[in-house]
Design a protein around this ligand. Structure first.
Ligand code: HEM
Ligand SMILES: *[C@@H]1O[C@H](CO)[C@@H](O)[C@H](O)[C@H]1NC(C)=O
Ligand SMILES: *[C@@H]1O[C@H](CO)[C@@H](O)[C@H](O)[C@H]1NC(C)=O
Ligand SMILES: *[C@@H]1O[C@H](CO)[C@@H](O)[C@H](O)[C@H]1NC(C)=O
Ligand SMILES: *[C@@H]1O[C@H](CO)[C@@H](O)[C@H](O)[C@H]1NC(C)=O
Length: 349
């Protein structure tokens, strides 16, 4: 539960960071703005914070999962809650069952809970995409990371896109060239790549995401030669060849604390994913940033916050495009169709 002093500190930090950020970033799309719901739903940040806090209390990993949910939403047709749509025969195949998301992305039920709490107080006002963006920022802050004002005013998509999820989301075996390409595809640069990869300072990976790195690196039948030998032994114990791919392992030694430990691990060849370690072992520019963030946690936090705002501004649906979904899992058109039998039943009586 939110202690008063904690809330006050939170607000003060918000303000401090907003000032810092206003000097270093310009929202890519001026249409999104932090004060979007100030008149129509002033309680919004408080509601989301209470719900996220309760969710993290139940499951410490949820902060990480909510952060990743926003990332996987934004990289596929922009931050439009497309990832939240359940598959339905009346819709194009959606993103939830795409390999980068299936049995991997978590937090859909938490977003449902937040959405219900928000609908109770501000009906039909707040988009699911904005709830995801706010929940990710609050998760970072509650884990000890930076606070920033989240630009708001996104609208929700009418459809998702399975093949776009396959095409745009980066995979754990990527080289640094591939990672740079995936980020530049969505308008993000090398600083964004390295600072946002720092999101792996919280959360877990499944064995299935590292198994080729441990046992068949580049098809060579062995382990990635760059991996630290002690970490390799540990990971092999957690993730035996042919074992349960759903077993999890932390992405850094402090998986609930948003700090710069992740970058320090990369410097000693203890990155867990191949896509983590290559930031240090391939490419002078990314290596320079890893060293910088490992030395200067303030710089990491400031760059991370700025890049989160940039990522959150990707291709927002505003104005007449999109809608405010009432149920984050379905477009509104399907909700009314699904309710038709109910209405018929009522009129029969
Ligand atoms: C740079 C390219 C990236 C790649 C290749 C990548 C890949 C992955 C993979 C494979 C996992 C483990 C998933 C699983 O095994 O189920 C993971 C977890 C995670 N990723 Fe990334 N990721 C990238 C960038 C990002 C970004 C930009 C963020 C957010 C800013 C992020 C946040 C997270 C978090 C928080 C987790 C842990 C989730 C949890 O514990 O539920 N990642 N990532
Ligand atoms: C879905 O994504 C694919 C791959 O990016 C793209 O070619 C296609 O046009 C998208 N479909 C829709 C309906 O946007
Ligand atoms: C992980 O668990 C899911 C859901 O129980 C299951 O469908 C899937 O096959 C498992 N994946 C792996 C890699 O074992
Ligand atoms: C990286 O830096 C080293 C040493 O300064 C240099 O020899 C090398 O060419 C650089 N590599 C790339 C890919 O820029
Ligand atoms: C760390 O980064 C911050 C923010 O960019 C900067 O003000 C500070 O001087 C840096 N500290 C060191 C020791 O370089």
């Amino acid at each position: 539960m939110v202690k008063l002093s904690e809330t006050a500190r939170f607000t003060a930090l918000c303000a401090a960071f907003a000032v810092i950020l206003s000097m270093v970033t310009e929202p890519a799309d001026a249409q999104l703005k932090p004060e979007f719901y100030v008149q129509t739903c002033p309680q919004l940040p408080t509601i989301v914070q209470q719900q996220v806090q309760a969710a993290i209390k139940k499951d410490a990993r949820m902060a990480a999962s909510l952060l990743r949910l926003h990332f996987h939403d934004c990289f596929v047709q922009g931050c439009d809650a497309s990832i939240l749509l359940d598959d339905d025969s009346r819709l194009p195949l959606g993103e939830k069952t795409a390999p980068p998301n299936l049995n991997s992305v978590r937090g859909y039920d938490v977003i449902d809970t937040i959405k219900s709490a928000v609908e109770k107080q501000c009906p039909k006002i707040v988009s699911c995409a904005d709830i995801v963006a706010l929940a990710s920022a609050i998760s970072v802050r509650l884990s000890g990371g930076p606070m920033w004002y989240v630009p708001l005013g996104r609208r929700d998509s009418l459809t998702g896109n399975f093949s776009a999820a396959l095409e745009f989301l980066p995979g754990p075996s990527s080289t640094v060239t591939e990672l740079k390409q995936k980020f530049s595809n969505v308008g993000l640069n090398v600083v964004d790549l390295v600072s946002l990869s720092g999101g792996h300072t919280i959360g877990l990976s499944r064995c299935v995401s590292i198994i080729t790195r441990l046992y068949d690196f580049n098809g060579g039948g062995g382990a990635d030669p760059t991996i630290d030998s002690k970490l390799l032994a540990t990971l092999k114990t957690t993730c035996p060849n042919g074992g349960d791919g759903n077993v999890t392992t932390p992405l850094d030694p402090t998986p609930t604390v948003f700090d710069n430990r992740y970058f320090k691990q990369l410097q000693i060849f203890k990155g867990v994913l191949n896509s983590d370690e290559v930031l240090f072992t391939q490419g002078n520019d990314t290596k320079g940033l890893v060293n910088l963030y490992s030395q200067n946690v303030t710089k990491f936090m400031a760059d991370f916050a700025a890049s989160m705002i940039k990522m959150g501004n990707m291709k927002p649906l505003t104005g007449k495009s999109g809608e405010i979904r009432l149920n984050c899992r379905k477009p509104n058109s399907l909700l009314s169709q699904d309710m038709e039998p109910l209405i018929e039943l009522v009129s029969d009586i």
